[in-house]
Design a protein around this ligand. Structure first.
Ligand code: AMP
Length: 286
């Protein structure tokens, strides 16, 4: 496994791979890798000649009061995990190379970026799409792997790729959870013991929504009010939003339809967690 910090060096390696007619599978991450990331990496490894993982805590997608500084950076452990998965290249760009002085260009997917998390994290998705497009240009991947855990992010990136004719294929992989239902996230590291218990309420609320839908309830207000009641029973929980949305527009819908998404963002103490589930008729999964 080769670790690359320099943008030009990474670009040269990607170009060389393409000249040799090798396909590149790419997994962008912010590190603090867990089984959710490793599932994406294994898929990229399996489906491509070359597997590249980037680890970059992108300052541009964090708000001023957010956790950029404290975001976990266990780089040695991350490198070991990647080595074990047979990753070929780890790209670890430096912030001042990604955003040199005078950097002025940003990519925004309009409307989708202002919904849901975008309402609470102003500028977040603009930061995400900008860094992701930069990484695509540097790595020139054939297939890029994203997790459904960050479903709004994945939908926005798909839209950017379509609108800007970016020649990559986007694959969205299912959410990986602990046995108790908690969706894996690097931010779970922030949770205390009590908060870890309370955090289970996110997937439990999605499960309760599933059960209600399975009994034939389609009125989204009824489903959301049940979820809200459940979440509010937890001392440390504070809801940013819960919504049932169309999976193309991310706009709220009144009646549950096939392939719509139940999405939520909830603070557990000082940690903001997100989770979601896709409704698919006749079967529904969390
Ligand atoms: P991050 O390092 O948080 O930026 O995540 C990098 C990628 O891993 C994103 O595409 C995430 O959606 C994905 N990911 C994070 N957690 C999970 C999870 N529990 N299951 C599946 N994918 C995940």
């Amino acid at each position: 496994m080769r670790t690359i910090r320099n943008i030009q060096e990474m670009l040269n390696c990607s170009k060389k791979a393409h000249l040799q007619r090798k396909t590149i599978g790419f997994v962008p991450t912010m590190g603090a890798l867990h089984e959710g990331h490793l599932t994406l990496i294994r898929q990229a490894r399996k489906e491509n000649d070359i597997c590249i993982v980037s680890i970059f805590v992108n300052p541009v997608q964090f708000g001023l009061k957010e956790d950029f500084k404290q975001y976990p950076r266990p780089i040695k452990n991350d490198l070991n995990l990647c080595r074990k998965q047979g990753v070929d290249f780890i790209f670890l760009p430096k912030t001042n190379q990604m955003y040199p002085e005078g950097f002025k260009t940003f990519v925004t997917v309009e409307e989708l970026s202002n919904q849901l998390c975008g309402k609470f994290r102003s500028g977040h998705f603009r930061g995400v799409t900008t860094v992701v497009l930069k990484l695509f240009n540097i790595l020139q991947p054939d297939i890029v792997y994203f997790g459904a855990k960050d479903i709004q992010q994945a939908i926005i990136i798909k839209k950017m790729v379509k609108d800007l004719n970016v020649p990559v294929k986007i694959k969205i992989m299912p959410i990986i959870r602990q046995h108790n239902g908690l969706a894996l996230s690097s931010r779970n590291l922030y949770l205390s013991k009590e908060e870890r218990k309370d955090a289970l309420v996110l997937s439990q609320a999605l499960g309760a929504a599933r059960n209600l839908i399975n009994t034939g309830v389609k009125d989204t207000q009824k489903i959301l009010s049940l979820m809200r009641r459940l979440i509010n029973t937890k001392r440390t929980a504070k809801i940013d939003y819960i919504s049932i949305v169309d999976s193309d527009t991310l706009k709220s819908i009144k009646v549950v339809v096939d392939n719509c998404l139940i999405v939520l963002a909830v603070w557990i103490g000082k940690t903001r967690l997100i989770d979601n589930a896709e409704v698919s008729f006749p079967q529904f999964y969390v």
